[in-house]
Write a protein that binds this ligand. Structure first.
Ligand code: HEC
Ligand code: HEC
Length: 357
């Protein structure tokens, strides 16, 4: 596998190098058509394929609508103040203000809220990958004491008293009592619709040569080549779905967040976190699992130094020697990954007075 990646990076460096030459006179960078995406090998940067729902939770428009209502409904929390959208707000790139999340009664968590947008493409959920699916994940926050602070039983009792919900659950899941699995299935079905298929990069990848500016095209080349970003952020999801230690310094060295290690107990996973997607990153500062980088510029500076100092630093992290212009180009490229899908970027929350009574 590593060999394949090396070959791909070489091909890519060659590709980036050759097009950089032609770009200097006037902009002749070849658009990444489907063919070129193939040539880029395992990096496969390009538009996201359709989402595949698990066989146990087939979507329907009624189920998705129900899931959306539940997602925006703070009554799922113990005191009716916190909904999923409190920490995964469409207006904040489906994340929150950060650096870490504020849950019920203003309690602060230890990690940054990752985006719900495109989470459907993540093979494992959470920064440490401790949850295998969106269905499984959705049950967690409801009874997390510092998130929604409820119990599943009390949450179901609340939903059971809202006649509009009872009717809808019946229509989607049939007769019988409402269960926490149904709540989670509906929310997960909604989350699978929160997918970004239309950024300017996607338009470019589909063959619209004008969709990216010359600076953004240069940024794409740096992302693929000199920046080594595609060592980890590859594929249409811009993530390998794996876990890496990029050397983010612990806020409290006596109590470091051990990341993936807490799940696998494999020493190689110490301080490793899931590679987040770069899609829509510009919409959701601050960055990293602890929200410690405030801007894309400071994050790129961090990468340029080869990441942080950590005994378990991933060998794929290298000092990059990027010029000022290359750093600027990278930032411009990341901004071109912002979704233009109105149904994802500007989803209207369901207003409290429109929720079921
Ligand atoms: C108080 C804030 C808060 C609330 C409320 C909350 N979340 Fe989260 N969410 C987080 C944080 C923080 C993480 C990351 C935690 C970790 O990795 O350990 C997370 C992780 C996730 C992930 C994983 C994404 C990924 O890429 O790994 C999904 C999906 C998600 N939440 C969906 C939901 C849903 C659905 C709800 C409502 C049922 C919800 N969240 C409620 C803060 C919150
Ligand atoms: C060794 C693998 C690896 C390489 C190489 C790498 N990244 Fe990352 N990236 C990660 C991981 C893992 C995280 C999350 C780390 C954490 O929070 O501890 C991350 C986080 C990010 C984030 C923050 C996203 C968010 O939601 O917080 C952005 C943006 C990003 N990387 C862009 C880049 C760019 C640009 C490059 C190239 C200069 C790059 N990455 C190279 C693995 C990598």
């Amino acid at each position: 596998m590593r060999k394949i990646i090396l070959i791909a990076v070489t091909v890519c460096l060659f590709w980036a190098g050759s097009s950089a030459v032609s770009a200097s006179a006037e902009d002749k960078t070849p658009p990444i058509t489907q063919v070129n995406v193939q040539v880029l090998g395992p990096q496969r940067l390009g538009p996201l394929p359709p989402v595949i729902a698990p066989p146990g939770n087939p979507p329907s428009s009624l189920k998705i609508h129900l899931g959306k209502e539940l997602y925006f409904d703070p009554r799922l929390s113990a005191d009716g103040t916190v909904s999923c959208a409190s920490c995964h707000d469409p207006a904040l790139g489906w994340s929150d203000e950060g650096p870490t999340s504020k849950g019920i009664r203003g309690q602060l968590g230890g990690r940054r809220a990752p985006p719900v947008s495109n989470a459907a493409y993540s093979p494992l959920q959470f920064w440490d990958g401790r949850s295998p699916s969106l269905e499984d994940q959705a049950k967690g926050p409801i009874q997390n004491p510092i998130e929604m602070g409820n119990t599943h039983q009390a949450m179901i009792q609340t939903v059971d008293k809202i006649s509009g919900y009872v009717e809808e659950f019946r229509a989607v899941f049939g007769e019988g009592p409402i269960t926490v699995d149904q709540v989670a299935d509906a929310i997960a079905a909604f989350e699978r619709t929160v997918v970004t298929t239309d950024s300017r990069f996607d338009r470019y990848a589909r063959g619209d040569h004008q969709a990216l500016t010359p600076l953004e095209k240069q940024g794409l080349e740096v992302f693929n080549g000199k920046g080594h970003c595609t060592s980890c952020h590859w594929g249409p999801y811009f993530s390998d779905g794996r876990f890496h230690n990029i050397g983010v310094p612990a806020k409290d060295p006596k109590k470091p967040d051990t990341g993936r290690y807490a799940i696998t107990k494999n020493p190689r996973d110490m301080g490793a976190f899931k590679t987040p997607t770069v899609r829509d990153a510009a919409r959701r500062a601050p960055y990293l699992h602890d929200g410690s980088e405030n801007t894309l510029e400071s994050l790129i500076d961090f990468y340029n130094l080869g990441g942080g100092k950590d005994p378990n630093l991933d060998p794929l992290m290298l000092p990059l020697g990027l010029t000022k212009l290359e750093k600027k180009a990278l930032v411009a490229f990341i901004k071109a990954l912002d979704s233009l899908n109105p149904e994802v970027a500007n989803v209207k929350p369901i207003a409290p007075d429109e929720l079921h009574k």
